[in-house]
Design a protein around this ligand. Structure first.
Ligand SMILES: NC(=O)c1ccc[n+]([C@@H]2O[C@H](COP(=O)([O-])OP(=O)(O)OC[C@H]3O[C@@H](n4cnc5c(N)ncnc54)[C@H](OP(=O)(O)O)[C@@H]3O)[C@@H](O)[C@H]2O)c1
Length: 275
């Protein structure tokens, strides 16, 4: 499998999404903005933000400061729970555009399936898409039962489902479901929010680190893209930002992919959508 930092996946509407980008949860202030600018310099071409992260303005500042043209950076934002419902979502979207200083988004997601609200929220996303204000729409934290409900009421199918996904939370059923329905799976917290990276002392990881001459973080990220997913690791540290991008010069063998699959322990670093 050959991937590069510029590789993309084609979504159901033929729009291309980079397979690799920067997560921005907790990236705030000047240091956060510098981290985003650093990532753009290293070659990241997807930036994942959300109203909840309270950092759309610094993402916008970083976009203004970069030499990379707007149409070469894929920008995602998400509608937060308190903004859900039809008209509130339309307002929240406009606020996000203004905070980011852009006139369209590449991807807009429902952040969480808020009971009683998310269907109206979806219809607002459909309207934004039809009006050409966003190039693709999708959901986040939707498990199979939510997706089944959504597919029943949607006139436009979701192009992406962003869920927590890493070797310690290997949601194979959702991955297969999304692949069958033509929905791109975007893995959030691909580094377990940092929790399991300290497990590099584990003899299992050590063996792989030695064999591939890569860090535990790099092995986890590579596993994810070899499964066909988009990944959005977050870091504020320039050396981690660079390290996380150096995953395109090795391939994990089929046996080692299965070995990493076996790390699954249903470990959620974030809330569990099925709970
Ligand atoms: N849709 C949702 O509900 C949802 C939920 C959670 C996250 N997300 C998105 O997914 C993105 C990624 O998830 P996340 O931020 O929770 O966690 P993550 O990317 O899995 O992990 C980030 C943590 O790992 C550390 N780290 C990064 N690279 C490292 C490396 N090479 N070696 C050692 N440590 C490293 C970071 O520390 P340093 O910063 O010090 O490097 C930070 O503590 C978020 O930023 C956000 O955009 C979405």
């Amino acid at each position: 499998m050959t991937f590069t930092i510029n590789s993309t996946l084609e979504m159901a509407n033929s729009v291309k999404i980079p397979i690799f980008g920067l997560g921005t949860y907790l990236l705030t202030g000047n240091q956060g903005q510098k981290a985003i600018e650093c990532a753009l310099k290293v070659g990241y071409r997807l930036i994942d933000t959300a109203t909840l992260y309270n950092n759309e303005k610094i993402v916008g500042n970083a976009l203004k400061n970069t030499k990379v043209p707007r149409d070469q950076v894929f920008i995602t934002s998400k509608v937060w729970n308190s903004d859900q419902g039809y008209s509130r979502t339309l307002n929240a979207f406009n606020k996000s555009l203004s905070n980011l200083g852009v006139d369209f988004l590449d991807l807009y997601l429902i952040h969480w399936p808020v009971e009683g609200k998310w269907k109206d929220t979806w219809h607002a996303l459909e309207e934004l898409y039809i009006k050409g204000k966003v190039r693709a729409i999708g959901v986040s934290n939707f498990y199979i039962s939510h997706l089944e409900e959504l597919l029943k009421i949607a006139s436009i199918k979701p192009m992406v489902n962003q869920i927590e996904f890493h070797p310690f939370l290997y949601k194979k059923d959702i991955l297969e479901y999304c692949q069958e329905k033509g929905i791109v799976l975007e893995s959030y917290a691909p580094l377990t929010h940092g929790y399991k990276i300290n497990d590099i002392k584990s003899p299992q990881f050590l063996q792989l680190i030695e064999k591939y001459n890569k860090s535990a973080a790099q092995i986890m990220l590579r596993w994810n893209i070899q499964l066909g997913n988009v990944i959005i690791p977050k870091s504020i540290n320039p050396s981690h930002i660079k390290e996380n991008a150096e995953i395109f010069d090795f391939t994990i063998s089929v046996d080692d992919m299965h070995y990493l699959d076996s790390f699954n322990e249903d470990f959620h670093s974030d809330w569990d959508p099925s709970d």
